[in-house]
Design a protein around this ligand. Structure first.
Ligand code: AHR
Length: 502
């Protein structure tokens, strides 16, 4: 058994977690919308065609905010195609994923689905093939109460009440060569600024996200953010980050270390954003919207991203996640939580079927992927104040010989200050760890419960026929020795320990 320790003091905090940290993403991609959240004719579908089995799982997951309609899809999307009578909506060849878009599901269906699932909508506007005027138009359609042409159109479409969408993304991954209408940083920054100006004039209550680079490994990284923020600093609240974690071959250690790179990515973008603020001598702080993140590598190459023949809702990007993926996912989520003073929104990409937390059969069953559980635990118990902990533990070697800690952890004091949740991933595949908690300035009076997720096979997945192969169980009780609490973390495990505080 290895040993480790954590020092916790309620006087040293990172900040409060924003509920929007527990968001996800629905794109018109593969079977995320069609056959995922929307399937008229499914045995559980309601009168609007929304799958109730999926809505129940979404509620159980505890998702707060949902980004829509893309992703790459949004950069070629005409929002007008997806509103009004369904039989009049055009079918289109969709150039982000080379499929046929029927437009049977659009903005109003999405808003109605969010209301039923209890979610905040987060909309993206098309700054690929469209621009400021289209963005203004969609905002008018969604948020203006009445008395204008596009709000009247919404009334005519059966939605008299405005949707009141607060959070808006100014395009998607506009630096990426694969993006429809990709731009240089200066071109995009100028367009985003002008779109933001119009949108704010129309509805000053909105919050805006400018596009960052499409990943930390892009050649545009950091310089793109600097230029875009130079252009948009006064008119946006957030810059976006996107991160997908890959396993190359059987390199489990490098894969485990991916979560640590999330922390570096955040710190680097904070430095760029604060550099722009410093040059303006501005106290304004741009916050981060990590609005696409997940493990994704099995279905990432071109051959698995598209299917020939312009199919409708093809089964693409349907990653079946493993126990190992859940460890990387959980560690990345804890890293976001530990940076909650700057990361104010985050969206797991994506919600259903497409690299999804939830899987479905079209016409059939729905089930939880292993990554569902770390998300559910954090969405439920990581609401509150994150403590700035000090962790001492063993390390493993990955990448170019760098050392990474065996444990990734986050400690969150509940809003009412009466309970503490400690989340831990043990990335040591061989050894259990005895973790001692050194408390300063407060006490954990009672151990309440623990949840642990482990598997006899690190590659185990959940399937429709075996949907609970990987799932959490009640874990061991925390024990007290000589005044200190001790926790047992099994090898390769996700853990949550919950305590009452004094
Ligand atoms: O989530 C899948 C795709 O990944 C999104 O459409 C795009 O924004 C990113 O490249």
């Amino acid at each position: 058994m290895a040993k480790a320790s954590i020092v916790l003091d309620p006087a040293f905090t990172v900040g409060k977690t924003d509920p929007r940290l527990f968001g996800s993403f629905v794109e018109h991609l593969g079977r995320c919308v069609y056959g995922g959240i929307f399937e008229p004719g499914h045995p559980t579908a309601d009168d609007e065609g929304f799958r109730q089995d999926v809505i129940e799982l979404v509620r159980e997951l505890g998702v707060t905010v949902i980004r829509y309609p893309g992703g790459n899809f949004v950069s070629g999307y005409n929002w007008e195609d997806g509103v009004g009578p369904i039989d009049k909506r055009p079918r289109r060849r969709e150039l982000a994923w080379f499929s046929t878009e029927t437009n049977a599901f659009g903005t109003n269906e999405f808003m109605s689905w969010c209301a039923k699932a209890g979610l905040e909508p987060m909309m993206a506007v098309n700054l690929g093939t469209k621009g400021a005027d289209e963005a203004r138009g969609l905002l008018e359609y969604c948020n203006v109460e009445g008395g204008t042409a596009l709000s009247a159109l919404r009334h005519q479409h059966g939605h008299p009440n405005p949707h009141r969408v607060k959070l808006w993304c100014l395009g998607n991954e506009m630096d990426a060569p694969w993006q429809i209408g990709a731009k240089t940083a200066r071109e995009y920054g100028t367009l985003a600024r002008e779109s933001a100006k119009l949108m704010r004039w129309l509805d000053p209550s909105i919050e805006l996200v400018a596009c960052g680079s499409s990943s930390r490994s892009m050649p545009t990284f950091a310089e793109w953010e600097r230029i875009v923020l130079e252009e948009t600093f006064d008119v946006v609240e957030y810059i976006s980050l996107h991160g997908y974690f890959s396993k190359h071959g059987d390199k489990s250690r490098d894969f485990m270390a991916e979560a640590d790179l999330v922390g570096r990515y955040i710190d680097e973008i904070v430095a760029v954003a604060d550099g722009v603020a410093a040059r303006r001598r501005s106290p304004k702080r741009i916050m981060l919207s990590f609005d696409e993140w997940n493990v994704w590598y099995r279905t990432r190459d071109r051959a698995t991203r598209t299917k020939p023949g312009w199919p409708e809702a093809p089964a693409i990007l349907e990653e079946l996640f493993t126990m190992e993926d859940a460890l990387v996912f959980g560690a990345a989520l804890l890293t976001l939580i530990n940076r909650c003073n700057r990361v104010k929104a985050a969206c797991v990409a994506q919600l259903v079927n497409v690299i999804g937390l939830i899987m479905t059969e079209t016409g059939g069953r729905a089930w939880r992927q292993p990554i569902f559980y770390p998300f559910q635990h954090a969405a439920q118990w990581a609401r509150g104040t994150v403590l700035d902990m000090r962790l001492a533990c063993g390390t493993f070697t990955a990448g170019d010989g760098e050392q990474f800690p065996d444990i990734v952890s986050a400690a969150v004091l509940a809003e009412d200050g009466k309970s503490l949740s400690l989340f831990c991933v043990n990335r040591n595949f061989d050894l259990a760890i005895d973790l001692e908690i050194d408390l300063r300035g407060f006490d954990l009076s009672n151990f309440v419960e623990s949840r642990v997720m482990i598997s006899d096979d690190i590659n185990a997945t959940n399937t429709a026929d075996d949907p609970e192969r990987v799932r959490p169980q009640n874990g061991p009780a925390a024990t007290r020795h000589k005044g200190a609490w001790h926790l047992n973390l099994p090898p390769a495990s996700w853990n949550v320990f919950r305590f009452e505080c004094e």
